[in-house]
Design a protein around this ligand. Structure first.
Ligand code: C2O
Ligand code: CU
Length: 472
């Protein structure tokens, strides 16, 4: 049976008996957490220039097996960039792969011709040099390929990196921000491989029980090794990026304690919020802090992902404190978020559709620029979109260009940390979300932004549309 025949809504799969199940407490080895390098830029005349090369390499994805992989400036994943609000960046990005690629700055509010979507794809051997001003406030962004039809393949092989946007607000000054010391990226990923370690990205036609689904933390397979981080400051900030091709990844403390969430993917919450779990969908991010007195093991609970099926809990990262400082209380206010009054907003309806193996938005299969639906809007427009799933399958809805507020989730008013700013959010099988946004700053009648499912196989199969913002 092909995968489509067994893929049904929700999380109801049971794992094949030989698949990876619960691994909490099972790892026997430890290794120091791998922290992606910070990419040094060179700054002159207010412009910071970064150099990236997308290249192939090899990496141990399955324990003891070498896989062909890809990364930026290395074999797997990429370095972290810091962008400062109000500055200008220039990126020189060389394609050393053997295929077209593009580099999308996921979550950044930048002009559509710099956004790195499919229209910005460039060929092997070429260099693409986008430049733009950083309008984003402090938040966690990321970069990854976005060429038509190859996004799942390229991201699953390892092409993904973090971007930290930083600003000079009091809240930012009060939060831990020394990269690699008390500001730590954690990037969970669950690629699929065959027994030989070949990374699979188009899973149609595979039987899940012939594949392995390793769980990686910053590139380290946690099946037999739990990465450890020694915290030299009592308070540590963690930025979680779910760079997985298809899974929702819930992060929780192994001891049942709470995490202090400070930010969603588009910046700080109004106030630090105690949560039992953070739950970024594929492409999503979240930030939390922990004030550590004893060692804490973080667990990753992998759910859904129509590709992976089933769920499992994995010891993912052990944080061991080696500090004696006493941090100040967190500021009582981290951010001001004015909630939209959407009563006069322009409404648009977006449907997530499927016909066999073809995925679609508003009925149009978005595998080419010509076939995809184009959502039209104008500069300055304030809109409320209802995104409805007609496929009875789980999706991770992502909008380029501007952050959105969640107004309703499956008919219920959003609450708690869902009152933060987002660019990627879950749409459950048969469910719907209402989101509101304002299209500011950038209009273009040639280049489009994209909206799509961030389950990357769905994106490549056509669940993608263009967004054209015209001068009003
Ligand atoms: Cu993270 Cu359109 O992508
Ligand atoms: Cu999807």
């Amino acid at each position: 049976a092909g995968l489509a025949a067994v893929a049904v809504a929700g999380t109801a799969f049971s794992l094949p008996t030989d698949a990876k199940g619960d691994k909490a407490g099972a790892a026997t080895n430890t290794a120091t957490l791998n922290i992606p390098d910070l990419l040094e830029g060179t700054t002159s005349d207010g412009t910071t220039t970064f150099t990236l090369t997308a290249q192939t390499g090899t990496h141990e994805v399955l324990c003891g097996v070498t896989s062909d992989t890809a990364g930026y400036n290395g074999s797997f994943l990429g370095p972290t960039m810091k962008w400062t609000t109000g500055s200008t960046v220039l990126l020189n990005i060389t394609n050393d792969l053997d295929a077209d690629t593009s580099v999308h700055f996921h979550g950044a509010h930048i002009p559509p011709d710099m956004d790195g979507g499919p229209q910005n794809a460039f060929a092997a051997g070429e260099t693409w040099s986008p430049t733009f001003e950083i309008l984003d406030e402090a938040k966690t962004l990321w970069y990854h390929p976005h060429a038509l039809g190859t996004t799942a393949e390229q991201v699953a092989h390892g092409l993904a990196g973090l971007i930290i946007a930083e600003d000079e607000t009091d809240a930012s000054a009060a939060l831990p921000s020394e990269y690699g010391v008390d500001d730590i990226p954690i990037v969970p990923q669950c690629p699929a491989t065959d027994a030989a370690g070949d990374i699979k990205y188009d899973l149609n036609g595979y039987l899940r029980n012939t594949l392995s689904f390793p769980v990686l933390c910053n590139g380290t397979n946690v099946d037999d090794t739990t990465p450890t981080f020694t915290a030299t400051r009592t308070r540590t900030r963690f930025r979680v990026l779910n760079a997985s091709p298809s899974d929702i990844i819930t992060v929780q403390r192994g001891d049942g304690g709470t995490l202090t969430q400070i930010a969603t993917e588009q910046g700080c919450l109004t106030e630090a919020t105690e949560v039992e779990t953070i739950r970024p969908v594929a492409g999503g991010r979240a930030e939390f802090v922990m004030d550590l007195s004893d060692a804490v093991t973080l667990q990753a609970v992998i759910t859904t992902g129509w590709v992976r099926g089933g769920s499992g809990t994995f010891d993912f990262l052990t944080v061991t404190p080696d500090a004696s400082d006493t941090p100040d209380d967190l500021p009582s206010s981290l951010n001001t978020i004015e909630r939209y009054d959407t009563s006069s907003f322009t409404a648009q309806e977006i449907t997530l559709d499927q016909d066999g193996l073809e995925m679609a938005i508003n009925g149009a299969v978005g595998t080419t620029m010509d076939s995809m639906a184009t959502i039209m809007t104008t500069l300055g427009s304030q809109e409320i979109w209802t995104i409805t799933d007609n496929t009875m399958r789980e999706h991770s809805f992502h909008l380029h260009d501007v952050p959105f507020q969640l107004i309703e989730i499956n008919g219920a008013e959003s609450a708690g940390v869902d009152l933060g700013w987002f660019d990627t959010y879950e749409v459950v099988g048969g469910g719907s979300i209402k989101i509101a946004m304002e299209f500011t700053d950038f209009a273009d009648d040639t280049y489009m932004y994209m909206l799509h499912c961030h389950l990357l196989q769905h994106e490549d199969e056509g669940m993608m549309a263009g967004l054209m913002v015209m001068e009003s």
